[in-house]
Design a protein. Structure first.
Length: 364
C-alpha cells in the first residue's frame, strides 16, 4: 500500500462513518458479494478491510474482471482476497482539495480514499465531484511570458514556468491547482518559448479545463497582458505570476475580493528581514536602548491579484505595464483596494536560491 500520511486524523460524523462502512468488504467474502457493494454504490470501488476495519486493499470492476480471467470463481469464499489490489493509493485528512486533484491526475485514478493514522477509512475523494461540483465562473490569467534571466542557463531552452519541481512543470502545478478550486477557464500569457507551453497544454482538456493563449508580441510586464483578455465576463479575474509554487486557498482569495466589494485585490505574504547588527535606540543625544540583530516583518506583493472588470479596463492596450501601477492608479482615484494575507505554502521561484528551495535542494 502506498500512502501519503499526515500528522492528524479527521473527526468523521457517525452518519458519514456509517455510509463509508457500507463500502467495506472482508477478504473472506466472495467476489459476488463485492460486486453487489460496487453496484449498489456510485463510487465504483469497494474497500477490503481486516477485522479491525483497517483497509488492506481496494476492489474495482477491473480487478474483478482480471480475477475472472485468471479463473477465480465469483462465488468462492475468499475470492475477494485473490482479486483485491493491495498496492493502492490513499491520503490523510489534512491534504487539500487542490493537492488531492493533483495527486489523482498524477496517479490516473478516479477514487482516492482518506485513511486515519490506523489505516481506517474516514473519507473518499471522487474525481468527478472534484471536477464538477466546484466550478466557479471566474476566469484566471497566468503570466508566463518572461525570459527567466536570473535562472539562466536553466531557462536557455525552457521557459521558466516549465521548469520542473518534483517531476512536474511549475505551470502545470498552477493549472491543476486552479482546476482543483473549480476554475475551468484559464488564459496563459506567453512570449519567450511560448510554443513549448502551447504544445504541453494544448486546449487544456487533458487537465480538466479550457486553456487559451494570449500572445505577447513584445514584453508587456506583469500587468500588460490583462489588456489582451477578451471582454464580456462580468466576474472578477484572478491573475497569477507563472513562477509560483503554491498551495494557497483560491476560494478564500476570490471570496475575500467579492465580499469586500473591492475593485482590485492584491495578495500579500509576510517577509522577514534581519538586520545583521545591533540597533541603537536614541532620543536626542542619549542612548535609551539596544536591540541585537532585530528582525522586521513586512508584507510583500505575492504576485496574485483579483481584478474587477472596471480594474481590467484601466490597463492600457498592448503596453508594458507593471501590475503595481494599476493598484497605484486605483488608490489615486480612491477606489476600494483589498489586501489579502495569504495562507498556505508559497514560493516565488524567480531566483536561483528560491528555485532550489522549491525543489528541496540544499543551499550548497
Amino acid at each position: 500500500m502506498t500512502r501519503k500520511t499526515t500528522t492528524r486524523s479527521a473527526s468523521t460524523p457517525r452518519a458519514t462513518r456509517s455510509r463509508l462502512g457500507q463500502l467495506l468488504v472482508s477478504p473472506r467474502q466472495t467476489l459476488l458479494d463485492a460486486m453487489k457493494v460496487i453496484d449498489r454504490k456510485r463510487t465504483k470501488v469497494a474497500f477490503v478491510a481486516d477485522e479491525s476495519r483497517r483497509v488492506i486493499g481496494t476492489l474495482a470492476d477491473g480487478d474483478i474482471r482480471r480475477a475472472i480471467l485468471r479463473g477465480v470463481a465469483l462465488n468462492a469464499p475468499g475470492s475477494v482476497a485473490e482479486a483485491m489490489h493491495r498496492d493502492f493509493k490513499s491520503v490523510g485528512s489534512t491534504v487539500s482539495r487542490a493537492e488531492v486533484l493533483d495527486l489523482m491526475r498524477a496517479w490516473r485514478i478516479a477514487q482516492l480514499p482518506v485513511l486515519d493514522e490506523e489505516g481506517r477509512l474516514i473519507g473518499l475523494h471522487l474525481l468527478e465531484e472534484l471536477l464538477g461540483a466546484l466550478e466557479r465562473p471566474n476566469r484566471a490569467l497566468i503570466m508566463a511570458g518572461g525570459r527567466g534571466v536570473r535562472l539562466m542557463p536553466l531557462t536557455r531552452n525552457v521557459p521558466k514556468p516549465m521548469l520542473p519541481v518534483a517531476g512536474r512543470p511549475i505551470l502545470e502545478r498552477l493549472v491543476l491547482h486552479l482546476v482543483g478550486y473549480g476554475i475551468r477557464d484559464i488564459f496563459i500569457a506567453v512570449n519567450y518559448l511560448g510554443e513549448m507551453i502551447e504544445r504541453h497544454f494544448g486546449d487544456g482538456s487533458a487537465h480538466g479545463c479550457r486553456i487559451r493563449y494570449l500572445h505577447e508580441t513584445k514584453a508587456l510586464g506583469t500587468g500588460g497582458p490583462v489588456s489582451l483578455m477578451p471582454r464580456g465576463s462580468t466576474h472578477p479575474l484572478l491573475v497569477m505570476n507563472g513562477d509560483l509554487v503554491t498551495q494557497v486557498r483560491i476560494d478564500e482569495i476570490l471570496d475575500f475580493h467579492e465580499q469586500g466589494g473591492y475593485v482590485a485585490t492584491m495578495c500579500l505574504k509576510p517577509y522577514q528581514v534581519e538586520i545583521p547588527f545591533g540597533v541603537a535606540e536614541v532620543e536626542a543625544d542619549r542612548l535609551v536602548g539596544l536591540r541585537e540583530k532585530p528582525t522586521h516583518t513586512m508584507l510583500t506583493n505575492a504576485g496574485i491579484y483579483v481584478l474587477s472588470p472596471e480594474a481590467q479596463r484601466m490597463v492600457p492596450k498592448n503596453t508594458e505595464f507593471p501590475m503595481p501601477q494599476l493598484f497605484e492608479r486605483c488608490l489615486v482615484e480612491r477606489l476600494p483596494v483589498g489586501a489579502h494575507l495569504l495562507r498556505g505554502d508559497w514560493i516565488d521561484v524567480g531566483r536561483p536560491d528560491e528555485f532550489r528551495r522549491a525543489r528541496g535542494e540544499s543551499e550548497s
